[in-house]
Ligand binder design. Structure first.
Ligand code: NAD
Length: 363
């Protein structure tokens, strides 16, 4: 396993391999770029088949966080952590405390949050060892109720707003009544997105490898259930990937029919070439880290002590960001995935990531 010459290394500032003999912790923290601020990104727990798989995942995700925060106009850098282990059976307080100690040892260069396989209880355990953690305490939502620090409702809202913009752009319609949407994965974000879509009058098709989640979407929202393998070939208006990465690839592209692809999953493109191929086939792809930025925006406002209303307004601006990406793609003839990268890097290089409202907040 190489690090500096790893294909996904891409100028990372720091990669920390964390091992605690006593608790069995094995983890990697990757800090990609701190130009715009401390590296903020979730801590994922997953039973990776190999150390190399874990390294690939953390490097790709942490670079993605740099681009995501830059594009979302946040004063944050990009980082991510992965714990190698089964999230259902592999957690102990000692292991989580050891991870909290490693996060703390970076002195705030990396700030952690919940991700796949971790949630509020894990953040509370980290918080016993470090202050560089977000999502450990409840907060007030935009309607005044008290909610956990889980950012997935904001991610779902951002995806909904972005999906609506993509539909406007590609299908020329504002009204979502009767829109046919296929959602891959109805977990935290996918189910939240399904609720927004149902309220807007859309028709839903869902799949999940966890049957209880499919049942909930059927019973609560009247969604149609399909087998995971059949989700790609449905004759729908929108395909919303909300499960795992790499699902837009040479094989799935053969069956994909939806003109719009807009969902929450990170790293949806198996390779950058797939973005070009999607454009060639006339699918409008909403770049993953642009449309799924609601969670990091939410976490950011929790960090700076901003209000739920500020966070909500910022999440809703994801629609404007996507409109800019789509318009630039139309004007230049380049794929949306490449335009998003250009825009994020442009803001990173010019230090222009902060929107005027944000600049006021930091003044
Ligand atoms: P989650 O674990 O709650 O939900 C994912 C769902 O996908 C689960 O129900 C799982 O059973 C299902 N799934 C897994 N493999 C599948 C497959 N092959 N086919 C169909 N379903 C499958 O996770 P989440 O928090 O809802 O996140 C979903 C995606 O969005 C992930 O890729 C995540 O990285 C990304 N994301 C999440 C957030 C957030 O705020 N939670 C923010 C940004 C990006």
């Amino acid at each position: 396993m190489s690090v500096f010459t790893h294909p996904d290394f891409d100028h990372h500032e720091q990669v920390v391999f964390c091992h605690d003999e006593a608790s069995g912790l094995r983890a990697i923290i990757a800090i990609h770029d701190t130009t715009l601020g401390p590296a903020l990104g979730g801590c994922r727990m997953f039973p990776y088949a190999s150390d190399d798989d874990a390294l690939c995942d953390v490097l790709r995700l942490s670079r993605g966080m740099t681009l995501k925060s830059s594009l979302a106009g946040l004063k944050l850098g990009g980082g991510k952590a992965v714990i190698i282990g089964d999230p259902h059976t592999g957690k102990s307080q000692a292991l989580l405390h050891a991870m909290g100690d490693f996060v703390d040892s970076l002195g705030g260069r990396y700030i952690t949050a919940a991700d796949s396989g971790t949630g509020e209880p894990e953040m509370q355990a980290f918080a016993q060892r470090t202050r560089h953690v977000i999502g450990a305490t409840p907060r007030t939502t935009v309607d005044g109720s008290i909610a956990s620090g889980d950012p997935s409702p904001s991610t779902a809202l951002g995806v909904f707003v972005g999906l609506r913009e993509a539909v406007r752009q590609r299908l020329g319609r504002d009204d979502l009544a009767g829109l046919k949407v296929a959602i891959q994965g109805v977990g935290h974000v996918g189910l939240g997105l399904a609720r927004h879509l149902k309220q807007a009058g859309a028709e839903l098709w869902v799949c999940d490898i966890f049957d209880a989640n499919v049942r909930q979407a059927m019973e609560e929202l009247g969604a149609n259930a399909v087998r995971p393998h059949d989700i790609y070939g449905l004759d729908v208006d929108v395909f919303a990937p909300c499960a795992m990465g790499g699902i837009l690839n040479a094989e799935t592209l053969q069956s994909l029919r939806a003109p719009v692809i807009a969902g929450a999953a990170n790293n949806q493109l198996a390779s950058p070439e797939i973005g070009v191929e999607l454009q060639r086939r006339n699918h409008l792809y909403a770049p993953d880290y642009a449309i799924n930025a609601g969670g990091i925006i939410d976490v950011y406002y929790q960090r700076i002590g901003g209000s739920a209303a500020q966070s909500d307004a910022h999440v809703r601006s994801i629609g404007d960001t996507l409109r800019e990406i789509f318009n630039r793609a139309t004007a230049s003839g380049e794929p949306t995935s490449i335009i998003a990268d250009h825009l994020a890097l442009e803001r990173l290089q010019t230090g222009d990531a902060l929107r005027p409202a944000e600049q006021r907040l930091h003044a």
